[in-house]
Design a protein around this ligand. Structure first.
Ligand code: ZN
Length: 323
């Protein structure tokens, strides 16, 4: 079966490659210069790109399938142009044992949507105290380790986690917010939060935690080098100009860190809160226009490495609760 996609603007990781007529034969690209085909699709100048990878999604299997399950989550991802997604482990129960990782990967094979990659917890029940078995989780097929959904308060545990994960060939991803500074904040802390009378979550909560985690990484790299391992840190959903600048500086000096940014932190600001709509309550919170500008710049310069959606379905009842 041959498919011809005409008038497509080709885009891949290297940038925009111009307009082409793409001929696909038996599922493989055969030509960029057209040809005979049974099926012809006019792209009308739209972008055509390889399937995307989403490094940060919350599918709700196991335990919260009323919100979403593996089948619907992977189908929705494929529909949105994603070929693979990395599912976070803050499910019920938490994904932290090798058998759970294997079971999820086995189940996903039955579905035709995006490919599932499984992130397992870094610590038991994501409580930040006792490490999960990194080597066994890696052998079961875990793609990375993270306590996302929770923050890693104990720097010593995170440092050991980075070393053990490195020995197993895995990176560690962190939700970098200082829990004490964040406290009960529901939106970005600043003049607008004061004006609206809402509790603020300060940008410093993120920056302080990223700064600490970069020092933890520096320490882990030094400790692991003696053992021949190379820890890698992935900072999820960076939302502040300061956080992005800290990561850029660390990368410039060669620390093995990569930062992620979400579509909502690239396109929305705290100004949406003037409507008091709880749908805009996200963690970390939407920030200011100058943060958005800085994040876009960091992404363009390659200082932030990836866009992750932080896709996280909730029930209508949950969204209707007060702020
Ligand atoms: Zn998170």
């Amino acid at each position: 079966m041959r498919l011809l996609i005409r008038n497509a603007r080709l885009v891949d990781g290297s940038g925009e490659l111009g307009t082409a007529d793409v001929l696909v034969e038996e599922g493989r690209i055969a030509s960029l210069a057209g040809g005979d085909a049974e099926q012809v699709l006019d792209a009308g100048g739209r972008f055509l790109a390889p399937a995307l990878t989403d490094p940060h999604v919350h599918l709700r299997t196991p335990g919260q399938e009323t919100k979403e399950d593996l089948a619907t989550g992977l189908a929705a991802a494929a529909r949105g142009g994603y070929g693979a997604v990395v599912a976070m482990p803050n499910t019920d129960p938490v994904v932290q044992e090798p058998e759970q990782v294997r079971a999820l990967l086995d189940e996903a094979r039955a579905y035709s949507g995006a490919r599932l990659l499984v992130a397992a917890a870094l610590t038991e029940n994501q409580e930040g105290r006792r490490l999960t078995p990194a080597a066994l989780l890696a052998r079961a097929g875990a793609a990375l380790l993270t306590d996302d959904g929770r923050t890693n308060e104990d720097a010593g545990v995170l440092a050991r986690g980075l070393v053990y994960a490195a020995a197993a060939g895995l990176a560690v991803a962190v939700h970098a917010e200082d829990a004490g500074l964040r406290a009960g904040g529901v939106m970005n802390d600043g003049p607008l939060a004061a004006e609206l009378g809402l509790a603020g979550n300060p940008p410093e909560a993120e920056a302080a935690r990223i700064a600490r985690d970069l020092e933890v990484l520096r320490y882990a790299v030094r400790k692991a080098a003696a053992l021949g391992h190379a820890p890698r840190l992935y900072v999820q959903h960076v939302s502040t100009a300061r956080g992005a600048a800290l990561i850029a500086a660390a990368r410039a000096e060669g620390l093995p860190v990569a930062g992620e940014v979400t579509p909502h932190h690239l396109t929305l600001t705290e100004e949406v809160w003037r409507g008091f709509d709880a749908r805009f309550k996200v963690a970390p919170p939407l920030r200011t226009a100058s943060d958005v500008e800085a994040l876009i710049g960091a992404l363009e310069r390659g200082e932030l490495a990836a866009i992750g959606t932080d896709h996280a379905p909730h029930t209508a009842a949950e969204k209707e609760r007060d702020l």
